[in-house]
Design a protein around this ligand. Structure first.
Ligand code: FER
Length: 386
């Protein structure tokens, strides 16, 4: 068969592109260069991370990775670099500060994007030295992450939610799957739990080890007021309250019904868990503890109780039902977290109210290192038959 004209043209065009990429550059000829300017990050066997940025005309390049920014050193080739001390196995976040401009590492594809923003944090994995960490990709059966989008009649915008299905997800199996609704924090968007939290990797690994039940995980966008993030002071407490109210309505009346139409999931409280980090932790508690008819597992990681007003406990009028209705109430916070005190006060109030819950205090601050580990510890407790 003769190739069509359009196909021939496409082949010729592709051949020309490949030839241009491979040809030695000639003055005036167009050249394509697919190689990154530098290799960054590079992790050594003992956990030292080398970061590089090619910026020959920059006056100053620094790296920020929690704590004070550190200066990078410029080489004669215009490449700025820095090598860390040996780091414990984990995932580290960083940014470059290039003449005052905060940017992710342009050579590094592992990035956590920010809501309505082109920038974000770069991430680097320092692998476990005695076997893989729970958030490292391993040679195990993999689930899948699907992106859904819809027009929210309630909120009046176009928004996404992401759905993880476990390895071998079978829409015809006799028992329906349980669902974890897992909520992000402020500045994040619906992708954060997979991009930064590696929640899909963690669930694949826990399921492979037989530690967690195969479950579906849903990551919705947590802003009920989409512009809240763009307002001074994040809109103030009144707008934040409206943010939570609208998000709760969107979750209960739009997202959950859509999931229950689209996936083979249980439609009762025994099959639903809700958890989140920071802003999402406050939302998970607010929604979960006020809808114990809908959820029987509730988790808050470094929850932003401060977003619930001066007396957060007043937002939980039905807390006396928790012992009888919930299978799990799980609250975690790092002792160095700036939200530790309000979390501690809330936990103490639960104790005063004789509410049974799991209190998980760890070293650490308000970081994804804590939340990834929280997820590793929390998900094995969900949906276990008793
Ligand atoms: C605040 C403290 C923490 C606040 C929000 C947060 C909007 C949330 C942080 C997060 O989600 O990481 O005062 O007000």
């Amino acid at each position: 068969m003769k190739p069509s004209g359009a196909l021939t043209a496409a082949c010729l065009c592709l051949a020309a592109l490949v030839a241009a990429a491979m040809a030695p550059s000639r003055a005036g000829a167009q050249t394509l260069n697919f190689a990154p300017a530098v290799q960054s990050p590079v992790v050594s066997a003992d956990g030292r991370v080398t970061l590089r940025l090619k910026a020959p005309n920059a006056q100053s390049v620094m790296v920020r990775r929690g704590g004070a920014p550190q200066a990078m050193t410029k080489g004669p080739d215009g490449v700025w670099s820095i090598t860390t001390e040996p780091l414990a196995p984990n995932i580290y976040h960083y940014n470059f500060i290039l003449d005052g401009l905060v940017i992710p590492d342009p050579s590094n594809p592992d990035i956590k994007l920010i809501y309505r923003n082109g920038g974000g944090d770069s991430m680097v994995l320092v692998p476990g030295r005695n076997g893989p960490m729970p958030w490292e990709r391993q040679n195990v059966p993999r689930g899948a992450v699907a992106r859904h989008s819809y027009q929210s009649a309630l909120i009046g915008d176009d928004r996404d939610y992401y759905v993880y299905t476990p390895p071998g997800y079978d829409p015809a199996r006799p028992q329906p799957y349980p669902v974890l609704y897992l909520l992000h924090g402020i500045i994040d968007d619906a992708r954060a739990w997979t991009m930064a939290g590696k929640a899909d990797v963690i669930l694949d690994n826990l399921v492979a080890q037989g530690r967690a039940q195969p479950m579906i995980m849903v990551n919705p966008l947590g802003y009920g007021v989409p512009d809240m993030m763009l307002r001074p002071g994040l809109g103030g407490r009144e707008m934040q309250r409206e943010n939570h109210v609208k998000f709760e309505q969107a979750l209960l009346s739009e997202i959950i019904p859509a999931i229950e139409r689209q996936y083979h999931v249980g439609r009762d409280r025994e099959h639903r868990a809700i958890a989140g980090l920071s802003m999402g932790g406050a939302q998970a508690l607010l929604i979960g503890l006020n809808h114990m008819d809908t959820f029987s597992y509730v988790g808050g990681f470094s929850s932003a109780m401060v977003m619930l007003g001066p007396n957060p406990q007043d937002r939980f009028p039905r807390i006396a039902d928790a012992n009888a209705r919930l299978r799990l109430l799980w609250l975690a916070c790092g002792r160095e977290d700036f939200l530790y005190e309000p979390n501690r006060r809330f936990m103490n109030w639960l104790e005063t109210s004789s509410v049974r819950y799991s209190r998980v205090e760890t070293p650490g601050a308000h970081t994804w290192m804590i939340w990834r580990q929280n997820l590793v510890d929390f998900t094995p407790l969900l949906f276990q038959r008793r």
